[in-house]
Design a protein around this ligand. Structure first.
Ligand code: BG6
Length: 463
């Protein structure tokens, strides 16, 4: 099958995030983030953020690999505490500011479009200590100040901005943003407060961009779980739809339409939660909307309802993930279901027909072994091939898809599973506990994706 549907300016990219690749976590003036502490607590079973794949000290080499790969775009995040060590404007770390100038300048000099996420799971610890982080209203201005600084500093060099990575994942796994509570209904409430504060904070940034930087693109990076029903009963089909509506579309609706969906408010009412949001803040939401949408999509997930439904618990705690007999899975239970991405993109197109969509994560994780200097990651090649094929069909369907940034450019620290779970197109010679040579090796998927890019999506395995 010929994928001749990709426009010439399609952003063939790849993604990473700061705490997962940079290392230098306790050096060069950087302050401590939640991600640093969260991984440090687990460093008896996996790698933490201290060194990871040391991108901070391999910057030129890594960008050279991006050039060789032929990337048109690179999506990465800025570490908040590398810029503001304490999370606020009182102290600015010049080395951190300079590091991202170097990266952005290198990308631009090589014709690679920088796509910058402002905040990707690495909230400043000092703001948590000071006021509790995202669950407090004070978090709104802290993020706004940080975003304002980034736009002023790098706005002339970066067109594509993403405010918050996977806010919806953090709300469902609140420890990622440093929010904890032993009581699950309290935790649910705190997470929902954090959710609305993040929405207000990013809406302020959307407005700022619209009025002060009208040429820039700004949007959220939302995790989109395509939910499949375990069986064909209406009850189960509705459950799957509700999961998508509540997990992904409620956030997209707020970000793109400026409205809080009634169904989401009902769900909170059933849990006895009323959102702390004033009339002025409602106005901020309705006036500040995103001008494009970034989506992290990996797979479809099959769900069933648990026997007992507790409305005071998060929706995701009331459902069980189950395996579909039709699908193949990674070692970590993520399915291989490429048609799912076409279905997801059609849903997005139906709901937001005028909004350009960028895929900012999509990838296959594996243990990947180095054999005589090579990594034969055939499963990842098949995954990329089949998903890219579906992307071509989606564009043909009329979806306004502007780019594809698979996760990940290079092997990195997985959020939940350390270094055993690799996603990269580039292999790094280290494991959870030994830094080894840190040498970079191009996986077979690197060569495959290089061909895809150079032929603008035509050269896939199906041909
Ligand atoms: C997304 C995150 O949730 O999924 C990434 O934005 C993360 O940061 C990716 O790495 C895969 O999840 P995990 O747990 O396998 O690293």
């Amino acid at each position: 099958m010929n994928n001749q549907f990709f426009p010439n300016d399609f952003l063939w990219g790849a993604s990473t995030s700061a705490f997962q690749v940079e290392g230098a976590a306790y050096a060069e003036g950087k302050g401590i983030s939640v991600a640093d502490l969260r991984t440090k607590k687990k460093n008896h079973i996996q790698m933490d953020t201290t060194v990871t794949v040391d991108h901070y000290h391999h910057l030129e080499e890594d960008v050279q690999l991006m050039v060789e790969l032929g990337l048109k775009a690179y999506r990465f995040s800025i570490s908040w505490t590398r810029i503001f060590p304490n999370g606020d404007t009182k102290e600015i770390n010049p080395k951190g500011v300079e590091f991202y100038h170097r990266l952005i300048d290198l990308l631009n000099a090589n014709g690679i479009e920088p796509i910058v996420t402002m905040f990707h799971f690495d909230y400043p610890m000092s703001l948590i200590e000071k006021f509790g982080g995202w669950e407090s209203k004070q978090s709104i201005n802290s993020f706004f100040d940080y975003a304002t600084f980034l736009l002023k500093e790098y706005g002339s060099k970066v067109t594509y901005w993403l405010t918050i990575n996977e806010q919806n994942v953090m709300v469902n796994q609140p420890d990622i943003m440093g929010i904890e509570d032993t009581d699950s209904s309290e935790l649910y409430k705190k997470a929902q407060y954090a959710n609305i504060n993040m929405c207000i904070a990013q809406a302020k940034v959307f407005s700022l961009v619209e009025h002060k930087y009208p040429k820039l693109k700004v949007g959220p990076a939302v995790s989109y779980i395509t939910a499949l029903p375990e069986n064909g009963t209406s009850e189960n089909v509705l459950l799957a739809k509700t999961i998508e509506d509540m997990f992904s579309f409620s956030l997209m609706d707020i970000s793109l339409r400026g409205k809080i969906p009634q169904q989401y408010l009902n769900m909170l009412e059933n849990a006895g939660i009323s959102l702390p949001i004033s009339k002025e803040e409602m106005k901020i939401l309705s006036e500040g909307t995103a001008n494009y949408l970034a989506v992290n999509w990996y797979c479809t997930t099959t769900f069933r309802q648990k026997d007992v439904f507790d409305p005071k618990k998060a929706l995701m705690e009331n459902v069980e993930v189950c395996k579909s007999k039709w699908l193949e899975y990674t070692n970590w239970g993520w399915s291989f279901d490429p048609v799912g991405i076409r279905y997801a993109l059609q849903q997005l197109h139906d709901r937001y027909p005028d909004i350009p969509v960028l895929i900012t994560e999509c990838g296959w994780s594996d243990t990947d072994e180095l054999v005589d200097g090579k990594i034969y990651d055939n499963k990842r090649i098949a995954y990329l091939n089949d998903h890219i094929h579906q992307l071509g069909l989606s564009i043909r369907d009329g979806v306004n898809l502007i780019g594809f940034c698979p996760w990940s450019f290079i092997d990195l620290l997985s959020v939940n599973d350390g270094m055993d779970k690799r996603y990269g197109l580039v292999y790094v010679d280290r494991d959870n506990f030994n830094e080894r040579s840190m040498k970079r090796y191009k996986k077979e998927s690197f060569y495959f994706y290089k061909k895809v890019i150079s032929s603008n999506g035509h050269n896939t395995l199906n041909e």
